[in-house]
Design a protein around this ligand. Structure first.
Ligand code: FAD
Ligand code: NAD
Length: 467
């Protein structure tokens, strides 16, 4: 590709907050010739979340599932500015975004405010802890890349401490008891991956410990994976039973301590269970910046699940210049990567239409000062084109199915086919899961890295060294 076009002062400024599923899908499809684009995100990369649990057990290298945002922007027609910072405030009246460099190293300037003409708010969500005591202090999360890396370190530490000479059998059992909280897809996939590690690697690397390992999945609702069909829930539960993963349903974690979890059992009794590792996968909640932005529209933004948007993904109440996509919004769709990426791609088309409209409106304004007779024909032509662009086609989500890995080389899939549903589980579905994720990975580079990691693990096993 030739040199990129520089920012053009005659073009409008589009600020995109976030570099996750929604923002990256938007950037991939956006025609940057139409705007001066600025991306603000505390991570200067895109994270392929579906494969995060594989990083946590060392199946995949952390670098294999991230893609620097500049890999996308450097191929765009016009330069895109990428800023590694967290948005801290949006002023919808002044049309500005304030952001801060929240990383370890900061320069003399680490906080600034920039104006926008259009803003795409795609900051995702954060982990829901329900303010349950001890969760932040003692549990690992499974949301960001560093969470998976932390979990892997912690998990390997439990194994090495259990292998320490003279450890009592009781302490070995505690250290090797892994508790996963939350029976949504994140908790289920992580339990499956943990089981694979224990089954495939622990037996050869730590044979003396393998019999003492236990995995418990705790879920407050009556079943795991409520978004999947009954048949697939049963299949998952029986696979877990074979894999010796204990599922405790109707059980609520009330507290996480340094060496145990406190559970409220179905009969409401309280039990304290010793464990070495707790992974918290209990769902999402809004980020502070999102709550603060919503609070600026107290009449219109009252949904506690997230930003209310109209059918074209414009934030309700915000005069049409703020769009919101993905996990920070409250829509009728689930907070998934599939939804966020379709919203991002849709918004790229909408923004292109808006750019055309803005250009024609500016032309019409310019024509107003010209003598009527000379511009009559052009004005009629511009008005006609404008009328065509007036209506924006609403966002329509197309569900491609739900897919989850459940360990033991098995996956489950609810696929919408022929107006019905195909519910499938097993090894063939696992191969489908792998190929579906490989093709969804945004770049050839990531596909190659992930496929190579899978082959490496098959040949040499997982790396058990602790960084
Ligand atoms: P995100 O992808 O979370 O992106 C948010 C972005 O905003 C990030 O780049 C973040 O760094 C940035 N950001 C954060 N704070 C700020 C700030 N203050 N200012 C600016 N930027 C900010 N969904 C599926 O459909 N299929 C799956 O298989 C699947 N697997 C998953 C596995 C795991 C372990 C997890 C955690 C989630 C999974 N999901 C899956 C859900 C999916 O990842 C989310 O629905 C999706 O990431 C939402 O996209 P988003 O763009 O709204 O948010
Ligand atoms: P989730 O909200 O789907 O599940 C969290 C679970 O934790 C809930 O079932 C909840 O009842 C339980 N829980 C909450 N507090 C608890 C407590 N104190 N004790 C015991 N259980 C408790 O969260 P998730 O699994 O992280 O998924 C988030 C979103 O990401 C969902 O929309 C999901 O569909 C999507 N996702 C999809 C995939 C996939 O398709 N393969 C994988 C991961 C995530």
């Amino acid at each position: 590709p030739g040199p990129q076009l520089p920012h053009d002062p005659s073009k409008k400024t589009l600020v995109i907050c976030g570099s996750g599923w929604g923002a990256t899908s938007l950037l991939n499809s956006l025609d940057t010739e139409d705007y001066n684009v600025i991306v603000v995100s505390p991570k200067n990369y895109f994270l392929f979340t579906p494969l995060l649990p594989s990083v946590a057990v060392g199946t995949l290298n952390p670098r294999s599932i991230i893609q620097p945002t500049r890999y996308v922007t450097r191929h765009k027609k016009r330069q895109v500015t990428v800023i590694e910072a967290s948005a801290t405030d949006v002023d919808p009246v002044a049309k500005t975004v304030t952001f801060a460099d929240t990383s370890e190293i900061q320069g003399a300037v680490s906080n600034t405010t920039i104006p926008f003409d259009y803003l795409v708010f795609a900051v995702g969500a954060e982990v829901q802890t329900f303010n349950i005591p001890g969760v932040r202090e003692h549990a690992c999360f499974m949301k960001e890349l560093e969470d998976a890396e932390k979990m892997q370190r912690h998990f390997m530490d439990c194994l090495e401490s259990a292998a320490f000479p003279g450890q009592t059998p009781e302490e070995i059992r505690r250290l090797l008891h892994m508790v996963v909280v939350g029976g949504g897809p994140t908790g289920v996939e992580l339990s499956g991956e943990l089981h694979d590690f224990l089954e495939e690697d622990l037996r050869s690397w730590y044979p003396e410990l393998s019999e003492s390992v236990r995995i418990t999945l705790v879920e407050a609702l009556p079943s795991v994976l409520p978004m999947f069909s009954k048949q697939l829930i049963d299949y998952t539960e029986s696979t877990f039973k074979e894999a010796k993963i204990d599922i405790l349903t109707k059980t609520m974690v009330k507290e996480v301590k340094e060496k145990s979890v406190v559970l409220q059992m179905p009969d409401k009794s309280i039990v304290e269970v010793p464990c070495g590792l707790v992974v918290w996968a209990a769902g999402n909640t809004l980020r502070k910046v999102t709550r603060d932005l919503m609070a600026k529209f107290p009449q219109e933004q009252t949904n506690r699940r997230g930003i209310t948007v109209d059918e074209c993904l414009r934030m309700v109440g915000a005069n049409g210049n703020i769009f919101a996509i993905g996990d920070c919004t409250a829509t009728s769709y689930a907070p998934t990567a599939q939804v966020a990426s379709q919203e991002g791609a849709y918004l790229a088309r909408v923004l292109q239409q808006i750019a055309k409209k803005d250009e024609l409106e500016a032309r019409l304004k310019a024509l107003q000062t010209a003598p009527e007779a000379e511009v009559q024909e052009e004005r009629a032509h511009v008005e006609k084109r404008l009328a065509k662009l007036e209506k924006i086609r609403p966002f329509k989500y197309s569900h491609q199915g739900s897919l989850a890995y459940i360990g033991s080389d098995r996956a489950i899939a609810d696929l919408p086919f022929f107006n019905g549903n195909l519910a499938t589980g097993g090894v063939a579905t696992f191969l489908f899961w792998r190929s579906a994720y490989l093709t969804t990975l945004f770049s050839l580079r990531n596909r190659t890295l992930v496929a190579t990691d899978w082959i490496k693990v098959k040949l040499f096993g997982r790396d058990v060294s602790r960084e």
